[in-house]
Design a protein around this ligand. Structure first.
Ligand SMILES: *Cc1c(COP(=O)(O)O)cnc(C)c1O
Length: 348
């Protein structure tokens, strides 16, 4: 399908643009001042999100990062400690807010494809000794971006959830792409998250909305997060313009994510079968492919430019490592175009 200008952009699902229906909904959105509790479109979206996850309340936030900040800032105190996975987005891309906003220390646990072993987590809890920080929270990420979009099994989430509960820890799920996981598992979001005390999910990625993400949890948690959102200057005025596409997303864009997962699977299998890329097929579980173009690529910059000239944007690192992400604006034809461009490059 590509964008209107014909560009096929596989660099990320953050590049997705709103659908025509979403643009119309934004234009026509009923808005108010959310600070005064007057924006009914925001309220409707927040109620919908809370229902979807079977939680008391939800909050619209301006990015996934703010959603993660608020979840940790609200459920820990300065000087406490949190347990996160070593390749998580929270560690790779967001460590600075942990030290500057929440001011917590971190225990890094390396997982297998992002999956932490619940039986080993006990040994990471601290706070019994006078000199130790107290552990406040454990977080997981699903689908796991750094591990290649891998899915945390529901059993693993349930086990970590009960670990958190029995040790009186908050349990946060960084679920920027949680629906790519739930549609693949064929499980309801509310069941998947077990007893997580907070969940962040992105409206801006596969769901195609502009800008926003949401957090869900108990009424008390969301009330406190709302106060802290204001502390960060992240409160909304006419938030309805941003909430209106979110309502469409939750109503109509979740189930179709399966197509994106299937496209990634087909692309990964073809790349691998034709020797166009080196990748671990078992890690391709949702809409992300991580691997490298070393089998065909001598010069990463040259390959990137070659593809760009054909109207295909991909991210290739200096070591020929790559990440390809499928989404609403990528259809089977677009994938065939990328494949033929790669075949042409390989044969030069
Ligand atoms: C994208 C992403 C975020 C941050 O979302 P932004 O809206 O870009 O701030 C957080 N966690 C994960 C796993 C992500 O992929």
């Amino acid at each position: 399908m590509a964008f209107d200008n014909g560009i096929i952009d596989l660099r990320s699902d953050t590049v997705t643009r709103p659908t025509p229906e979403m643009r119309r909904a934004m234009y026509e959105a009923e808005v108010g001042d959310d600070f005064w509790g007057d924006d009914h479109t925001v309220k409707r979206l927040e109620e919908k999100a809370a229902q979807l996850f079977n939680r008391e309340a939800a909050l619209l936030v301006l990015s996934g990062t703010i959603g993660n900040i608020l979840s940790i800032f609200t459920q820990s105190k300065s000087g406490q400690e949190i347990i996160i996975e070593s390749r998580s987005h929270l560690w790779r891309c967001e460590a600075t807010h942990l030290s500057t906003v929440s001011r917590v220390t971190v225990q890094l646990v390396s997982g297998d494809r992002g999956i932490m072993d619940p039986d080993k987590l006990r040994s990471y809890i601290r706070g019994n000794e006078l000199e130790e920080p107290r552990t406040a929270l454990v977080a997981v990420e699903t689908s796991h971006n750094g591990a290649g979009g891998t899915i945390l099994p529901p059993k693993n989430i349930a086990a970590i959830s009960s670990f958190a509960k029995s040790n009186k820890l908050a349990f946060h799920i960084d679920g920027a792409r949680i629906f790519n996981a739930t549609v693949e598992l064929g499980i309801k979001p509310a069941e998947y998250i077990s007893d997580a005390t907070s969940v962040m999910f992105s409206l801006s990625k596969g769901l195609c909305c502009p800008q926003c993400s949401m957090i869900v949890g108990s009424k008390d948690f969301i009330e406190e997060a709302r106060r802290k959102r204001l502390t960060l200057g992240g409160h909304l005025r006419q938030g309805g313009f941003l909430a209106a596409p979110g309502i469409i997303a939750l109503d109509t864009m979740i189930d179709r994510l399966k197509e994106d997962n299937d496209h990634a699977r087909y692309l990964a299998e073809t790349l691998s079968a034709e020797g166009l890329a080196e990748l671990d097929l078992t890690s391709v579980q949702t809409n992300i492919i991580r691997g490298d173009f070393r089998p065909i690529c001598r010069n990463p910059k040259e390959l990137t430019e070659f593809l760009a000239k054909k109207g295909v944007l991909v991210w290739i690192g200096d070591d020929s490592g790559m990440r390809l992400v499928t989404h609403y604006w990528i259809n089977r034809d677009d994938i065939e175009k990328l494949l033929s461009a790669l075949r042409e490059y390989a044969q030069r």
